[in-house]
Design a protein around this ligand. Structure first.
Ligand SMILES: C[S@@+](CC[C@H](N)C(=O)[O-])C[C@H]1O[C@@H](n2cnc3c(N)ncnc32)[C@H](O)[C@@H]1O
Ligand SMILES: [Mg+2]
Length: 256
């Protein structure tokens, strides 16, 4: 590794993005990844909306026709914190060469088995972003979906994602905003009332505002070029993208 890339990797004191208490939560839920009514129900419901965003965003950044059959052909893509592969699989179907990485080994076992059953070729690895960066791996696009609120040091993690991105490449990060409304929706609503997620899955103080995330991206040399809210409508019972409401869930693109 060059001195420069060691610098942009931006480790925390322990040199790891891993927060063991956060990983234990996902370890305990690993078997449920592909159950649409299980503990990952919110991610299953959110999937079409974030997929829409990613297809149009990557399509725009790389000049791909989003309506073609395999618009991501020739792109090398990392899904960091891929979990069971809910979004990794569609990326492979769209033609990308995909690495799916997660620090929880059970997630990688579940994801690998499922991809095999689907006949999809995905390079799944039980590892961290910093280990991939140290190994010199580089990608056209790095996806970090619903992970940044679970890592030890979000700014260092975003810097590592930047180090993993080729010049001209993008990172797409989705997370939860830290607002009174997100406490109501993500903690009281999703965990206490709907019981979609086990109590304690999310800690509100770890949520990140769009301004904070944009600041982390800019500091890592990848200014934010686009942001959208992802809004749940309880009457229509579905999610949609929003240009102005980023008060609970949102997704942001940084460009190198
Ligand atoms: C809420 S899940 C999101 C899964 C997937 N990205 C999705 O949106 O469908 C967060 C995932 O991040 C993983 N994770 C947490 N900290 C990590 C770290 N430091 N390095 C790699 N993976 C991590 C967890 O094991 C878990 O699978
Ligand atoms: Mg989360």
């Amino acid at each position: 590794m060059t001195q420069d890339s060691t610098l942009v990797t931006g480790r925390n004191a322990e040199g790891s993005s891993v927060d063991p208490a956060e990983l234990a939560k996902f370890e305990a839920m690993a078997a449920e990844w592909w159950d649409p009514n299980g503990k990952f129900k919110p991610l299953h419901m959110l999937n079409p909306t974030r997929l829409d965003y990613i297809i149009s965003r990557i399509g725009a950044e790389f000049g791909r026709d989003a309506r073609s059959l395999r618009p991501f052909e020739g792109l090398r893509l990392l899904d960091i914190g891929c979990g069971g592969g809910l979004l990794t699989e569609p990326m492979a179907r769209l033609g990308a060469e995909v690495v799916g990485a997660d620090a929880v080994e059970r997630n990688i076992s579940v994801a690998s088995l499922h991809a095999e059953q689907q006949g999809l070729e995905i390079d799944y690895r039980a590892t961290t972003a910093e280990a991939l960066a140290d190994a010199g791996e580089r990608f056209d696009a790095v996806l970090a979906l619903e992970i940044v609120e679970h890592v030890a040091d979000p700014a260092a993690f975003v810097a590592t994602c930047a180090a993993l991105t080729k010049p001209g490449g993008v990172m797409i990060v989705s997370t939860l905003n830290r607002t009174p409304k997100s406490f109501g929706a993500a903690i009281i609503g999703a965990e206490w009332i709907m019981r979609w997620l086990p109590k304690g899955t999310h800690e509100w103080h770890r949520f990140i505002t769009p301004e904070e995330l944009a600041g982390m991206m800019a500091a890592a040399g990848m200014p934010a070029v686009d942001r959208r809210g992802m809004v749940f409508n309880p009457i229509r019972w579905d999610w949609s993208l929003s240009e102005r409401d980023l008060s609970v869930n949102y997704i942001m693109t940084g460009r190198r």
